[in-house]
Design a protein around this ligand. Structure first.
Ligand code: PLP
Length: 387
């Protein structure tokens, strides 16, 4: 099936399992082989078989992953990278030049902020933080004629703020900028930003797409062929591509994304219900809660509210660190989106790089990546950890 046919005819789970690959013509191999090769025999100079020349430029296992991701995000083309940050850096270099400006979220993954603040800024790219939940504030942060990208996460990491993708796309486009949405937290199962007007989707496929905490990867998905050409050129020219083993693992993960996400959401809802009633918890942050300021927008643009839950504990940082240390089923570790539940202290761990900036996170904040274990065991573990 072509990409177009997958988009128009198949449901999400069917695309997740079939898009991007046809059983191998020679052997019938149902699953794409891991093409562990750096180069390809040519039938005479320039006589490429299927367009494969050198594995930085293209590799069939990576092609299968890229086709699958494009179908899941309802984009025209997808590109797979060695990490989420490699994808981000490639996108920035593909679309910006020194002297340009980018609006970034005022709550974002610490590594993304560090990339803009410490790497791209030194190259000549300016940035201003703005709250993704406030389209007027994003508009005000735009520098007419200079702003090239409006970059958002929704939900944001780690405070789970929600940006209205349709409204933000309008704000960006009014100013002649492009809207980039980091869709890592929602995953393509819960939200497809390109269908809401975004120009580029970014993923850390390390998270829900891979889903098993066994591979680091990133992806870009675009809906415009001109953009695809620019991104594809830079993917090859910069060379931070996903290797065939990593591409294979990520594709294997994507096939079960839908069933995993539903269980992540079921378990997160149970955890939220427990935490909201616990006396040691000062505040629960989850877009599924009716009091969450982004609840209505999330309900409109997301299928469900996701597997990440953040909460603030009564008793400040010391208590938060203590809860992290006492959890057992929730493993104390960075990252998120895998089958196993993780607990972390963003201020000291994933977001240490934003300390002292506009993006600093509260010190009593804990972030949970709720896995797909038995929900009762997760609740019992949190009950024990909260004392
Ligand atoms: C929302 C978000 N975007 C991007 C990244 C960066 O991805 P990677 O760690 O795969 O480079 C992360 C990593 O945690 C993330 O949480």
């Amino acid at each position: 099936m072509t990409q177009q046919e997958h988009r128009s005819k198949s449901g999400f789970e069917t695309r997740a399992i079939h898009a991007g690959y046809q059983p191998d013509a020679t052997t019938g191999s149902v699953i794409p082989p891991i093409y562990a090769t750096s180069t390809y025999k040519q039938d005479g100079v320039g006589g490429l078989r299927g367009g494969y020349e050198y594995s930085r430029s293209a590799n069939p296992t990576r092609t299968a992953l890229e086709g699958n991701l494009a179908a899941l995000e309802e984009g025209e083309r997808a590109f797979a990278f060695a990490s989420g940050l490699a994808a981000e850096h490639t996108l920035i270099r593909a679309l910006c030049t020194p002297g340009d400006h980018v609006v970034i979220p005022d709550d974002a993954y610490g590594g993304t902020f560090r990339l803009f603040d410490k790497v791209e800024q030194a190259w000549g790219l300016a940035h201003s933080p703005a709250p993704v939940s406030d389209a007027d504030a994003v508009r005000a942060a735009i520098r007419p004629g200079e702003t090239r990208l409006v970059w958002v996460e929704t939900p944001t990491n780690p405070l789970l703020n929600i940006g209205d993708i349709e409204a933000l796309a309008a704000v960006a486009h009014e100013a002649g900028a492009l809207l980039v949405v980091d869709n890592t937290f929602a995953s393509p199962y819960l939200q497809q930003p390109l269908t809401l007007g975004a120009d580029v989707v970014v993923h850390s496929t390390t998270k829900y797409c891979g889903g098993h905490s066994d591979v680091v990867g990133g992806a870009l998905v675009v809906r415009d062929l001109g953009l695809a050409e620019q991104v594809g050129f830079h993917q090859n020219a910069i060379g931070a591509v996903a290797g065939p083993f990593d591409a294979w693992l990520t594709l294997r993960g994507l096939k079960t994304l839908g069933v995993r996400m539903d269980r992540h959401c079921d378990n997160a809802e149970r955890v939220v219900d427990f935490l909201t009633r616990h006396p040691a918890v000062a505040e629960v942050i989850y877009p599924g809660l009716s009091e969450h300021p982004g609840h209505e927008i999330a309900g409109r643009q997301m299928k469900r509210y996701g597997g990440i839950v953040s909460f603030r504990v009564a008793g400040g940082e010391t208590r938060a660190l203590d809860v992290c240390a006492r959890a057992e089923v929730f493993t104390l570790a960075e990252s998120l989106g895998g089958i196993e539940s993780l607990i972390e202290h963003p201020g000291r761990m994933t977001h240490a790089s934003v300390a002292g900036t506009d993006l600093e996170v509260p010190s009593d904040l804990i972030r949970l990546s709720v896995g797909i274990e038995t929900a009762d065991d997760l609740i019992a573990d949190l009950d024990r950890a909260l004392g």
